[in-house]
Ligand binder design. Structure first.
Ligand code: UD1
Ligand code: UDP
Length: 371
């Protein structure tokens, strides 16, 4: 009989990293695939559901404005538990480190349903960087029966925590599957990513810097420093910044106040995935505190300056395409200026590497779930 797999997600990055797996499960007669979205994100989640064609069987629609972590987690636990009681899956699949993923793993554990963790074993070693994601991952790691580690580094981190080695498999990261899929879609249908054309025309001849930021540990002073760095960099006439602003009001409020009236800056709404893939293509470099962007940019040979103190994705740094620069404005500006002005420094970082996967991770995970 087909195994019933309940895949749970709620935010933009989880949706991007799980749609390749949902596609693979749906195409495979060994599985009866069910999808539950928590709706932890709304607009940013729906953008991914639309482009990927994933239609959830359950949508808890849990997002509330500026939701607190404890209220969100409480509602996730009861909401996801009720879906599990209705579906009685053979496996629950969660991805990464969000509140949805952690609560999904907990609710499954309370029902003794085995959990498969996609993107297992990422560790920064600091429970406040990233916060609360480092602890979310550790909780999921202590529950999961199947750990899909993207790299040997993440596998080693799990083994160092005495996780049963037979339950840990290096699968690569499904973000590369997603990137390949969207690249092929855009190649077949260029209009999917043509919405940036007016900005590309406006900034023709300038070096494009793509920016994203949303980490909770950067709220407050970190965000103010990032805004200051953007202001300083856009004072250069040869530079333009394209900054799709995360919908979290703690990001928007700071940026809307700090970054008004700058000619070389486009602060825009979150881009859907095809348009963000286009931004990665046209950008000379990325400034980001995002996890997913740290994985996608190396695959495309784009230098990434990571505006964080630590990273649980050391592979990009080891490969030379990513560099940790923290959130001090002067440091961010100095590192970006070096890349803009020193062709040798730029060339050294702008090398395509694929430490995070080969684009076949979803199929490997399917095969593990079928065992
Ligand atoms: C969440 C995840 C974080 C992940 C990030 C990806 C947790 C605790 N945090 O952070 O790990 O890296 O998503 O982006 O799980 N909002 C909207 N529309 C949206 C999305 C968010 O309006 O589509 C606003 C809402 O006011 C919401 C707030 O942003 O309350 C915060 O959303 P939340 O999911 O709690 O945190 P993120 O900062 O998005
Ligand atoms: N992304 C997107 N539109 C944007 C910004 C990011 O589609 O405007 C994609 C990006 O390609 C990556 C993912 O969203 O796959 C990263 O999500 P985010 O930075 O919100 O979360 P994190 O990866 O840090 O958890």
């Amino acid at each position: 009989m087909a195994k019933r797999i309940l895949t749970i997600f709620g935010t933009r990055p989880e949706a991007i990293k799980l749609f390749p797996l949902v596609h693979a499960l749906e195409a495979d007669a060994r599985f009866d695939s069910r999808v539950c979205v928590s709706g932890q994100h709304r607009g940013m989640l729906d953008q991914v559901l639309d482009i990927s064609g994933v239609v959830p069987d359950h949508d808890l629609d849990l997002m509330q404005p500026d939701q607190s972590l404890d209220q969100l987690t409480a509602r996730l636990l009861t909401g996801l538990g009720a879906v599990m009681d209705a579906e009685r899956p053979d496996w629950v699949v969660v991805q990464g480190d969000t509140a949805t993923a952690m609560a999904g793993a907990m609710a499954a554990y309370y029902r003794k349903i085995p959990v498969a963790h996609v993107e297992a074993g990422l560790r920064s070693g600091n429970i406040y960087h990233p916060w609360p994601e480092e602890v979310n991952r550790k909780i999921i790691g202590s529950i999961a029966a199947l750990h899909c580690a993207p790299t040997q580094t993440s596998r080693a981190a799990l083994l160092a925590e005495n996780v049963d080695p037979t339950s840990v498999h290096v699968t690569g990261n499904t973000v590369i599957d997603a990137l390949h899929w969207i690249t092929a879609r855009i190649a077949a249908e260029p209009a999917l990513s043509s919405g940036l054309a007016p900005l590309e025309a406006r900034f023709a001849g300038k070096r494009i810097i793509g920016v994203t930021t949303h980490r909770r540990e950067n709220f407050g002073e970190g965000m103010a420093q990032i805004a200051q760095a953007i202001r300083t960099l856009t004072a250069r006439s040869d530079v333009a910044v394209i900054f799709p602003v995360h919908l979290n009001p703690n990001v928007r409020a700071v940026m809307d106040e700090a970054l008004v009236g700058i000619d070389n800056l486009a602060m825009i709404e979150p881009l859907d995935y095809p348009h963000f893939a286009r931004l990665l293509t046209i950008a000379d470099l990325m400034l980001t505190d995002s996890g997913g962007v740290q994985e996608e940019a190396p695959a495309l040979g784009k230098p990434v300056l990571v505006m964080r103190e630590t990273t649980e994705r050391p592979e990009g740094v080891a490969a030379g395409t990513a560099k940790l620069v923290g959130t001090d404005a002067a440091r961010i500006v100095a590192e970006a200026t070096r890349l803009l002005d020193d062709p040798a420094a730029y060339a050294a970082m702008a090398q395509a590497h694929n430490p995070f996967g080969d684009g076949h991770s979803a199929q490997r995970i399917c095969d593990l779930l079928a065992l």
